[in-house]
Design a protein around this ligand. Structure first.
Ligand SMILES: [Zn+2]
Ligand SMILES: [Zn+2]
Length: 261
């Protein structure tokens, strides 16, 4: 299995995953044009993408879904409540599929599972991808991490995982108090510190790669997300030098395409 985070931040998220015949996007929250460009940067073509899995209806996750599905005939998967709340224009019924929370399905030999998260959307869910004992899990856009979420993504080989904001920066920024409260709430986003603390319960012997995702452009920096995560993991005895590679993700540019090990 191979993965690239095509872009990630509060202004647009999309992840590319492939394995043999299987290839998909999880979310397409940038313009269709930008997603195509970023796929090209990792030598991939939108025409080869077979599925788009949607996590929730916020614009930073769905902006390009409708355009790409219509233009390239790509099937789109989301749960019913997300479909009901998603504004992506008309999608032909033969491209429109339900993928409910806690569902498990096989696509070209890859087992795709969904699990619920705590976020202020209709029915948000994220996904795990497994094949031949290798597992990729995605978790962003959640205000906290429940034991059930931990069970779903525990000991994944590769994690794409939220480190949204630095709490002090958020509290002192110019956002209205209501927006700050929303982000800090149980249905908002994870701070660097909370994210890293949960991570200590998620990492297992198989975990080799962690991509810090959904890093806020206004209330965080890649360095703060990285250093906070690393410091907390090392405090708990994890060896980030040898065993676990922590990488950041970028709002505009894709990460390298990496093999899941
Ligand atoms: Zn969201
Ligand atoms: Zn988001």
């Amino acid at each position: 299995m191979k993965v690239s985070i095509l872009a990630s931040s509060s202004s647009g998220n999309s992840i590319y995953i492939e394995d043999g015949e299987f290839s998909c996007l999880v979310d397409a929250g940038l313009t269709g044009k930008k997603i195509i460009e970023n796929l090209n940067k990792i030598d991939r073509d939108i025409k080869d993408v077979k599925h788009i899995f949607v996590s929730h209806e916020h614009i930073d996750h769905i902006k390009g879904v409708g355009v790409l599905a219509r233009k390239y005939n790509i099937p789109v998967y989301a749960n019913k409540l997300t479909w009901d709340n998603m504004n992506i224009g008309e999608i032909k019924t033969d491209l429109k599929f339900h993928f409910e929370k806690d569902e498990v399905r096989d696509f070209q030999g890859v087992t795709v599972s969904s699990f619920g998260v705590s976020h202020d959307a209709a029915n948000p869910q994220f996904y795990t991808f497994e094949r031949l004992g290798k597992k990729v899990s995605i978790l962003t856009d959640t205000g906290y991490v429940s034991d059930k979420m931990i069970d779903n993504i525990k000991n994944s080989n590769t994690l794409i995982y939220e480190s949204n904001h630095e709490e002090n920066i958020l509290l002192s920024c110019s956002y209205p108090w209501k927006t700050k409260q929303r982000i800090l709430s149980d249905q908002g986003h994870l701070s660097n510190k909370d994210s890293a603390n949960y991570l200590t319960k998620i990492i297992g012997d198989n975990t080799k790669n962690i991509f810090l995702a959904h890093i806020s452009k206004e209330n965080n920096t890649k360095e703060l997300a990285y250093m906070t995560t690393r410091n907390i993991l090392e405090e708990y005895g994890f060896d980030c030098e040898k065993n676990i590679k922590i990488s950041d993700t970028d709002p505009d540019d894709p990460t390298n395409i990496v093999s899941v090990q």
